[in-house]
Write a protein that binds this ligand. Structure first.
Ligand code: GDP
Ligand code: MG
Length: 302
């Protein structure tokens, strides 16, 4: 029998919001897992995506970005998830938006990457960089920081140089048996995926008025005879937001429902019966107890 040389490892994708982490993850996995949006802070949960290439299994953790506003419970939750993702991983990909290296990036990497040999800087959105000659001096200045073992310019959106990034990850993976079956892409539950897709449709359809204070709870999820029945409640903070989400004579909610249903049918490969409700939960982003009843684990003490 030939010698087995399996590799397997955890990879986290970290960086400020809106730099393209979810887009990158989706691009690598080749399948929609984590929602993306033009608005920041759409990713609240830590997600796992799995990609197996021959003998190597990469288990990806997508994380929310880091936020300056520590006041709200929701932000505290997101920061906690993000910093947990920096420890106990085998490879860390730090993503930035083109040539923007800010004080915040400096602070985060100073705090989190302490002589981290398996860290990669992904300079994303290179398609946006007009003067390509700026790239090389930028890479040189970052490499002087000695935080990253590789610096790779990519475009997640335009699928540029993603294979170099994957190669750089594969080289860093430790040996080990695979954790997931080879055809597995993600281990997030179907229920969670449904709530993320519905939330994404709300965000894209309601425009700027409802930033991210919307939460979706799945009250029923049942597949029967090739039909998936889903009941979901959309929680908003204010009565006015409820009105916006419903729209005049229910038009907005109807369009959110239709778009969600079509995408879910595509993913589950069944018909989908979707019922949506909108409820006001005043101040839920401030209330930790209420957050945990909606499935956010805030941990024991702070
Ligand atoms: P996240 O908050 O870091 O997860 O960022 P998202 O993946 O949600 O992306 C934020 C925005 O940046 C979206 O509008 C993406 O389409 C856009 N974006 C992501 N990658 C690229 C890229 O390579 N080039 C350009 N031009 N835009 C990108
Ligand atoms: Mg994201």
């Amino acid at each position: 029998m030939p010698q087995q040389s399996k590799k397997s490892g955890y990879i986290s994708i970290v960086g400020k919001t809106n730099v393209g982490k979810s887009t990158l993850l989706n691009e690598i996995l080749g399948q929609k897992i984590s929602i993306t949006s033009r608005k920041p802070q759409t990713t609240r949960h830590r997600l796992l995506g799995v990609k197996t290439i021959k003998d190597s299994q990469m288990i990806f953790i997508d994380t929310p970005g880091f936020h300056k506003n520590y006041k709200r419970a929701l932000n505290r939750y997101m920061n906690k998830v993000a910093s947990n993702a920096m420890t106990g991983v085998d490879v860390l990909i730090y993503v930035i938006d083109s040539l923007e290296w800010t004080k915040e990036d400096q602070d985060i990497t100073n705090k989190m990457i302490d002589g981290y040999r398996n860290s990669i800087l992904a300079i994303n959105k290179i398609d946006k960089i007009k003067n390509k000659e700026e790239l090389l001096p930028f890479i040189e200045s970052i490499s002087k920081l000695k935080k990253f073992s590789d610096i790779i310019p990519i475009s997640a959106l335009k699928n540029q140089n993603i294979l170099s990034l994957i190669d750089s990850i594969l080289i860093k993976l430790p040996g080990g048996n695979h954790v997931y079956p080879e055809d597995q892409v993600a281990d997030i539950s179907e229920k969670f995926l449904a709530s993320e897709i519905i939330r994404e449709k709300c965000i894209t359809r309601v425009g700027d008025e409802l930033p991210y204070r919307i939460s979706v709870s799945i009250d029923k999820f049942k597949e029967e005879n090739k039909v998936t029945h889903i009941d979901a409640t959309l929680f908003v903070e204010k009565k006015s937001q409820k009105g916006m989400l419903i729209g005049s004579s229910g038009s907005k909610l109807k369009s959110i429902g239709t778009a969600s249903r079509l995408e879910l049918e595509d993913i589950y490969e069944t018909k989908v019966m979707l019922n949506l409700w909108v409820k006001v939960k005043s101040g839920w982003t401030d209330d930790e107890a209420m957050l945990s009843t909606m499935g956010y684990d805030l941990g024991k003490s702070s």
